[in-house]
Design a protein around this ligand. Structure first.
Ligand code: BGC
Length: 416
């Protein structure tokens, strides 16, 4: 592969979320869900980042990253309705300041799947105005303390994943399955929450504040042997239902969009064809299809016309056997989308460190660094060095990782 360059000032980063790394978030709805044994194992101390956040920041800085993403755990800063824990708010301000002190930009997500237990005790979350109202109240309360240290604000992470698991599959709280009406209703109230938070942040942090949200984007394409033309309506509906429906509700309140991409969805005339072709797979058996990142970024740019950051992309790979190849191939496709005109400002890998992967527990290993859950030490994996080199050089050197292969023997899957 020839050398690939990224635009000057392109941001290189890594993402995390509060509940998945902090540990001890006892006031969240997820904590109760875990107590009811609805998960492989409980989050417990997670990666203990509530205490070891300096280690995380030092690690990100040591990789030469220029942006680091955290989230704020709502139930930690507002454990009871209207009662705010000042020390917790102060800790988040300290973490965000620490990111800046280490020469990185900071990105903060204000809601990443978890709700305070009190919000959901007597009602369905995000099904009535009380949820967006309470969300705005929380946002207004913390923004003044955090604003001096925040470069990128995101209100909600992956409303679509939350609704899919919470109302359609039933494996996340509130545990409903096949509930289409409930899902549509949750989307509506999440969108209201976003709009309220967007206005509040702009008001309190000033007109220069950059406020967006992060969303996982599916990439449906015709399966081998299926016609692109004939599958087009089915694919368009899938894209709309999985991402466009919600984004359409919030598109007028987006200064930037966080695009997140993990795997593709091949389709024939009838359905999704997960077994299409001999693609490499992650430890979670997710398909690895780097071209999909090009597809979703182009589509997002064409549709929404706001600056984009890829805010999550990564894989479960405990042996770190595929991560280097995965990163290079996805970035090569991303560079092509940029060359063709998409306004992409940065790429943040998911994740900086291993973490609590929701219903799966701790088995999937998404980290650039491995976490030892006995000692809580963080050890960068081999692939972290590859990523650090790309970040340092703001590009992919000719021939970098040429010898790296996927577990199924496949070589590079970048653009030819
Ligand atoms: C979520 C993360 C999650 C990752 C990998 C994204 O959907 O935002 O919380 O860990 O995917 O599954």
């Amino acid at each position: 592969m020839d050398e690939i360059r990224f635009p000057a000032g392109f941001l290189w980063g890594a993402s995390t979320s509060a509940y998945q790394i902090e540990g001890g978030n006892t006031h969240a709805d997820w904590w109760a869900w875990e107590r009811d044994r609805r998960v492989a194992e409980p989050s417990a101390r997670a990666a203990d980042s509530w205490n070891r956040w300096r280690d995380d920041l030092d690690l990100a800085a040591s990789l030469g990253l220029s942006v680091y993403r955290i989230s704020v755990e709502w139930s930690r800063v507002e454990p009871e309705p209207g009662r705010f824990d000042e020390a917790a708010v102060g800790r988040y301000a300290e973490i965000l300041a620490g990111i800046r002190e280490r020469g990185m930009q900071s990105m903060v997500v204000l809601w990443h799947f978890t709700n305070p237990g009190w919000l959901v005790e007597s009602r369905q979350p995000w099904h009535e105005d009380c949820s967006p109202e309470a969300f705005e109240h929380y946002v207004r309360r913390i923004v003044p303390a955090l604003a001096p240290y925040v470069d990128w604000w995101a209100t909600l992470n992956e409303a679509n994943t939350y609704v899919d698991h919470g109302w359609m599959r039933g494996d996340w709280p509130p545990g409903r399955s096949g509930d289409w009406a409930g899902a549509m209703r949750a989307y509506e109230y999440l969108a209201r929450g976003h709009r309220r938070a967007y206005a509040a942040i702009r008001e309190l942090a000033g007109p220069d504040a950059r406020v967006g949200l992060t969303h996982v984007m599916p990439w449906a394409h015709a399966a081998a042997g299926a016609s692109a033309a004939l599958t087009a309506p089915h694919r368009a509906f899938f894209h709309w239902e999985a991402a466009g429906f919600f984004l359409g509700k919030v598109r007028d309140e987006l200064d930037w969009l966080g695009v997140q991409y993990y795997y593709d969805t091949p389709m024939d005339l009838r359905s999704q064809v997960d077994g299409d072709g001999d693609v490499p797979r992650t430890d979670l058996d997710w398909r690895i299809y780097p071209e999909g990142l090009y597809g979703v970024v182009r589509e997002a740019w064409k549709r929404y016309r706001v600056p984009i950051l890829v805010t999550e992309n990564g894989l479960a790979d405990a042996a770190d056997a595929q991560r280097g190849r995965f990163i290079i191939d996805h970035l090569a496709w991303l560079a092509r989308a940029i060359d063709e005109g998409a306004d992409v400002r940065g790429y943040l890998h998911w994740s900086l460190i291993d973490n609590f992967e929701w219903a799966y527990g701790f088995t999937p290993r998404f980290g650039l660094a491995e976490v030892d859950y006995e000692t809580f030490s963080r050890t960068p994996r081999q692939s972290a060095a590859i990523y650090a080199r790309i970040a340092r050089e703001n590009g992919i050197a000719a021939g970098l990782g040429e010898d790296l292969r996927y577990a199924n023997g496949a070589g590079p899957l970048g653009p030819r």
